[in-house]
Each structure stands twice: as structure tokens, then as C-alpha cells.
Design a protein around this ligand. Structure first.
Ligand code: IMP
Length: 442
């Protein structure tokens, strides 16, 4: 039986251009749902020449027919949420009756942000490069029963009691980091104003989504971050605080897994990542700097320059396997136009001296380099391995206006066909530019 619930997931380290794809797909959707992460996510949608940076509200918001749901797996910074609500309200985008927020969502509170930054500073050279938005501390409070939810915001006395208790403890920790403690009364005043704007959108999103599934509504689950940052399947601790794979749809929104249909994996035509951590195909040379500029690889959330490199299909293959990706969208292929040669990583080789969780571990004894799959690598192996590349000839033509696959330059077609064959998953959409209308549908 075909399912009406589809999932979109980033197959790399984030910033694959998921926002634009969600915005496009949302045209035919009744619901667009965020189910994990927080405002560490940053999507930019360009509509009628206007750029909308989004961090929390689902990217379907600009399609008036789509209902937008922030489900229980998402963690919420009230200030960010309110600034997005105000941005859309100012531009005449109606939110009342179509934005729904779960009261199970945990809150990112001021001490989470302070702790995130304090830990990062204390890590010194070993810092992880988090977005500084309090993501890790908020999710860890959730897991250690110290979280405070939107549920408490509905009962102000309960919220105040819990907030005071938590802030006092967190202030003690902040003191050990020599960080200015949080001013309880000032923050409470701020939160009491923000809650008035947020509470009208709060509801039991479980009921809402159960009903939507039963009524066969078209539902798009909008994954944030990407598989390579998944809390379990990334080279921990170079991770984000949530599970980013589609399995999280169940825990993060209450939709049973057997209701999930298509899973669309978004693959950027090259790779980028923000923050620290291993990046096997990174380009630190002039070409890397060119790709950064041309691809505008600067974070929507933090403005940081993203590291860039060749497409790593060894990693993407793993991401598709663990996510059960059924179809692919390729993004930013236009950024590669003009390059003479383009490389794709098709496997990893580990020097014989490195001890790995490799199934081919015994080959270490032969002094031959081991071929090692992505899933067998921890961060040590990922730093030390050598990517195996396949080289492609580039194309010069501007492809942003092309609407049919067969009208793409031959070398560009070959590059895309290779990705499809390597992954064994059909490519359904190719994004050829930042604007809504710049794409090829297959
Ligand atoms: P955190 O999620 O802020 O804790 O950051 C942990 C790691 O995930 C850092 O390397 C961030 O740069 C990265 N990260 C978090 N969210 C995103 C995202 O939406 N896109 C790309 N990278 C992200």
C-alpha cells in the first residue's frame, strides 16, 4: 500500500540544500514536519528574490496550503522561534491555524547556550565546532531528566520552579568555567513575554499527525542536519545532539515506522562541513577556496566558512544504507561548472599500521593497505585514510536554465549517472541553482 508519509534526509554533513527541496516538494504536501534538531539547522529559501533564513519553522511555510508542525523531537529556543514568527507575520504569511508546536518539545534555555560555549572554550584546540546554540546541553538535560518542556510553559508556576532550580545548578557549573552566571529574574521576565506569543501555536501534535496519517494526508518529514552528524552513526563526538536518520521520525513525531514511504536523500554534488572533525575528501587548496566562494559556503546559522571537498560516495553510500533512501536529489551541480577535472571518492584505503574496526582487519598483517568501509571507521581512521578517487572531465556550460536531463552537457550527465549507478538508487531531482524554479525533474 503506497504511503503518504515521505522523509527528506541530508546524506552528508548538512547544508546539502534541503531547504529548497522541501520548499519545492511542499507544494504538493498537506503537512511539513520537523522532528529533530533545533535552531542549529539553517535553511535558506529564496522566493520572488527574497531570502528567508529558517532555523525552526519547517521550510514548507511559504506554501500557504501546507500545515507546518514542530514535533516533539525538536528542541526550541523561544527567542529564535518568536523572531521567525514575527518575520513571517510582518511579511503577511499567515501562521495561525497552520503552525503547530508540540508541548512535548524541550526548551533550549539561556544556561544551555552558556554551557555549550563554555565547554567549547574549555576544549581549546580540541573544540568540536558546535553552532553554540545549546543543542548538546539541552538534549543531555532531556536525557538526564533535567529538561524543561513547552508543557511547563503552559503552567507558569511549574515553569518558574523548575527554571529556578535548574539555573541555580547550572550557574554553579558556569562559575567553574569562570562564566558570568545567568540572571534568573531577567530571564524569567523575557520568557514570560515570549511564551505569550508561542502558546497559541502549542498543541498535541501526536493527535494531529495520527489523524493526518489516517486521513491519508500528504506528509513530508523534514530532516535537519544530516546523517554524518547522527548522534549514533557519526564519528562521535563529531556529532550533533540528536539522531538525524529517518528512524527518528518515530520517536521525534510519533509516526510509526511502517507508515513511512519514500525516503529522499539529498546529495550535494560536492561535500561541505562546518565545525571540526574528520573530512577525508577535504580540499584545503586554491580549488577549495574557489568552491567555497562560488558555492557561497558560509553557514546560514553561524556565518562560519564551511570546509569543502570532493563528493565522498563511500560516506554517502553508508548514509543511504542506514537511512533506507529510496530516491535521490542532487543539489548544487551548477557550482561544478567550469572545472576542468572533477573527482569522486569511491572508497577508502587505510595504511596497514592503523588498527581499525575493519572486517578486513586480518589483511593488516600483509602490509597491504586495507580497503575499509565508512561504517568501520572511527574518527582516528577517518583522519588517516586515503580516499580512492575516480576522475571525471568537467563541463564549461552554464546549466542553471536547463530543464531536461538530456540537455545537460554530456560530461555533466556522465557525472550524475555515475552517482546513480554507484548508489543503486534513482535520481529524481537535480537542483541547478538557488532559485525555486532552477531544477530538473526526472
Ligand atoms: P551542534 O549541533 O550545534 O551541537 O554542533 C555539532 C556539530 O554539528 C558541529 O560540527 C556543527 O557545525 C554541526 N551542525 C549542527 N547543525 C548543523 C546543520 O544544520 N548543518 C551543518 N552542520 C551542522
Amino acid at each position: 500500500m503506497p504511503s503518504n508519509v515521505s522523509v527528506i534526509v541530508g546524506t552528508q554533513w548538512g547544508d546539502e540544500g534541503k531547504g529548497k527541496i522541501v520548499d519545492l516538494l511542499a507544494e504538493s504536501k498537506d503537512y511539513v514536519v520537523r522532528f529533530q534538531g533545533g535552531n542549529n539547522a539553517g535553511h535558506t529559501i529564496v522566493v520572488n528574490g527574497k531570502k528567508y533564513p529558517l532555523h525552526l519553522i519547517p521550510s514548507g511555510v511559504l506554501n500557504p496550503k501546507a500545515n507546518c508542525v514542530i514535533a516533539n523531537g525538536v528542541i526550541i529556543d523561544l527567542e529564535v522561534l518568536v523572531s521567525e514568527i514575527e518575520m513571517f507575520t510582518k511579511d503577511g504569511v499567515k501562521l495561525a491555524g497552520r503552525l503547530f508546536i508540540s508541548d512535548r518539545c524541550h526548551l533550549i534555555l539561556p544556561y544551555h547556550k552558556a554551557l555549550d560555549l563554555a565547554y567549547e572554550n574549555a576544549r581549546g584546540k580540541g573544540k568540536l565546532g558546535t553552532t553554540g546554540r545549546g543543542i548538546g546541553p539541552a538534549y543531555s538535560d532531556k536525557a538526564s531528566y533535567n529538561g524543561i518542556r513547552i508543557y511547563e510553559l503552559k503552567n507558569w508556576d511549574l515553569f518558574v520552579e523548575k527554571f529556578k532550580f535548574q539555573t541555580k545548578i547550572k550557574n554553579e557549573i558556569l562559575k567553574t568555567f569562570k562564566v558570568t552566571p545567568i540572571n534568573i529574574n531577567k530571564e524569567l521576565e523575557k520568557i514570560s513575554e515570549l511564551r505569550k506569543i508561542v502558546l497559541p501555536f502549542v498543541t498535541d501534535t501526536f493527535q494531529l499527525l495520527q489523524k493526518a496519517v489516517a486521513q491519508k494526508k500528504n506528509i513530508l518529514m523534514e530532516g535537519a542536519q544530516a546523517v554524518m552528524l547522527d548522534l549514533d552513526f557519526s564519528p562521535y563526538p563529531y556529532s550533533t545532539g540528536s539522531n538525524t536518520i529517518p528512524g527518528m521520525v518515530n520517536t521525534g513525531a510519533g509516526i510509526p515506522i511502517q507508515k513511512i514511504g519514500d525516503i529522499l536523500g539529498v546529495v550535494k554534488a560536492y561535500t561541505s562541513r562546518v565545525g571540526s572533525g574528520p573530512f577525508p575528501t577535504e580540499l584545503t587548496d586554491k580549488l577549495g577556496a574557489e568552491l567555497q566562494q562560488k558555492g557561497a559556503e558560509f553557514g546560514t546559522t553561524t556565518g562560519r566558512t564551511r570546509r569543502v571537498g570532493w563528493l565522498d560516495l563511500e560516506a554517502v553510500k553508508f548514509a543511504c544504507e542506514v537511512s533506507g533512501v529510496t530516491e535521490i536529489a542532487i543539489t548544487k551541480i551548477d557550482i561544478l561548472s567550469g572545472l576542468k577535472k572533477i573527482k569522486i571518492c569511491v572508497g577508502y584505503e587505510l595504511p596497514p599500521s592503523v588498527i581499525a574496526r575493519s572486517p578486513e582487519r586480518s589483511r593488516r598483517m600483509t602490509k597491504q593497505p586495507n580497503k575499509i568501509p565508512y561504517s568501520s571507521c572511527g574518527y582516528v581512521e577517518l583522519e588517516k585514510l586515503t580516499p580512492i578517487y575516480k576522475e571525471f572531465s568537467g563541463w564549461k556550460e552554464d546549466i542553471m536554465k536547463v530543464k531536461n536531463f538530456k540537455d545537460l552537457p554530456k560530461n555533466c550527465q556522465d557525472y550524475i549517472k555515475f552517482i546513480e549507478k554507484f548508489l543503486g538508487i534513482p535520481i529524481k531531482l537535480i537542483s541547478t541553482g538557488p532559485k525555486r524554479e532552477e531544477y530538473i525533474s526526472i
